[in-house]
Design a protein around this ligand. Structure first.
Ligand SMILES: Cc1ncc(COP(=O)(O)O)c(C=O)c1O
Length: 388
């Protein structure tokens, strides 16, 4: 019997190898992997360029701590600064550490300008920002907080799409609004560009900070480096993780100048965050994502994939309620619970994962090939026909 605690509902498959879009199970089967570690392996499994980068760095130095200058991290931060809204970066190891750091940075900013009472963070009810105590209360989900009280104070909520409710929920004590630019776990709900722009205007008007959680939708997944770039705005703080490490655990919080100035020496830290090994992988991921045409290709794959999925929806309107998403963060919303559908896909050697609202979440690597999308489409169509 496994000595691992039972906090995960694991599927009964394990893998011995991965290559690009495919995973090979220990019992000899080949799967098309459109989970990719939940939007983590942005360049697929065993990417040769990443293997080279990690091997090269592994022979030099792995970890030194943030007591010293880390040139690989300096370089990664500088590249993020050059390509994005960010002026400064703090590296972490995971998404939730990045969202926590974002919350801390927002509070610290108001503290630094003599307004420590402005410390509340306004979030969407039933969103997802990770699993630490602060993050589960930020997410405002009953299920995630069950049994973990007492409640962490400092978070307010409004319902997805409730613009009036959002405005009403802002008080004198609100420091920041924190939302996922495209909501992943809660059902692939993309916030429209005009909403993001409105949100930015509201934040400017009420003099509060805008935190856009791009842990899942960032680093090229949306077809742009950041999903908020579609709306042509600049947030104040952006937590990232997942795709930046391509499978190696990296998190980071990106900030503009005014926020970053409040993060004085000693205000925040991490033992592992930003170590040379992680930073070398992060730089290698950026080498690929910043390559000319890479993001255009993500957009092209997305357009093709979504249009093919919509054709299936037309043929099976009683099974598929909606095809939605942005870039290669794609959701098939079903009328019924998606468990059986996902299992059938798996039986047909396509791996996908659930999200809220009966959604089958589809997360190919960003460098997915057209014939791999075609294979997925064929399997999804077959499963729709089997279930009809
Ligand atoms: C939007 C968002 N924020 C934060 C997190 C937490 O990231 P991690 O699981 O790396 O802590 C996730 C993870 O799925 C996420 O999707």
């Amino acid at each position: 019997m496994s000595a691992l605690a039972k906090n995960y509902n694991r599927r009964k498959i394990s893998f011995k190898m991965g290559k690009g879009s495919f995973l090979y199970s220990t019992d000899g089967k080949k799967y098309l992997d459109f989970v990719q570690g939940i939007a983590v392996n942005s360049l697929g499994h065993s990417n040769p360029y990443l293997i080279k980068a990690i091997n090269k760095q592994a022979k030099k130095v792995w970890h030194v701590s943030n007591a010293f200058i880390i040139p690989e991290g300096e370089r990664l931060a500088k590249r993020l600064r050059q390509k994005t809204f960010a002026d400064y970066v703090i590296f972490q190891n995971s998404g939730v550490e990045a969202t926590e750091a974002a919350i801390k940075a927002a509070r610290r900013y108001f503290y630094s300008i003599g307004k420590p009472e402005k410390n509340r963070i306004l979030c969407i009810k039933n969103s997802f920002h990770g699993r630490t105590l602060a993050a589960i209360y930020a997410s405002g989900s009953k299920k995630m907080t069950e049994g973990f009280g007492p409640k962490v104070p400092g978070f307010d909520h409004f319902n997805f799409g409730d613009h009036k409710g959002l405005k009403k929920a802002i008080t004198k004590r609100t420091a920041a609004i924190m939302i996922e630019t495209a909501m992943g776990e809660s059902g692939i709900k993309v916030i429209p560009d005009w909403c993001i722009r409105d949100l930015k205007k509201i934040c400017n008007k009420r003099k509060i900070l805008l935190i856009l959680d791009e842990v899942q939708c960032g680093i090229g997944r949306s077809g742009k480096f950041f999903a908020f770039e579609h709306a042509k705005i600049k947030p104040d703080i952006v937590p990232i993780a997942k795709g930046i490490g391509g499978g190696f655990p990296i998190g980071a919080v990106l900030m503009n100048k005014k926020v970053a100035y409040a993060m004085k020496p000693g205000s925040h830290g991490s033992t592992f965050g930003g170590n040379p090994l992680a930073m070398s992988v992060g730089n290698a991921v950026l080498d690929q994502i910043f390559k000319k045409g890479f993001l255009k290709n993500v957009q092209k794959s997305s357009k093709y994939f979504i249009s093919e999925l919509r054709k299936i929806k037309e043929d099976y309107p009683e099974t598929i309620k909606e095809v939605r998403g942005i870039g290669l963060l794609i959701g098939l919303q079903l009328y019924n619970d998606q468990t059986k559908f996902i299992k059938k896909l798996e039986d047909n050697k396509l791996l996908t994962i659930r999200a809220g609202e009966n959604v089958v979440r589809i997360l190919p690597p960003l460098n997915v090939k057209k014939q791999e999308i075609d294979l997925a489409i064929k399997i999804i169509r077959k499963v729709c026909s089997q279930l009809n």
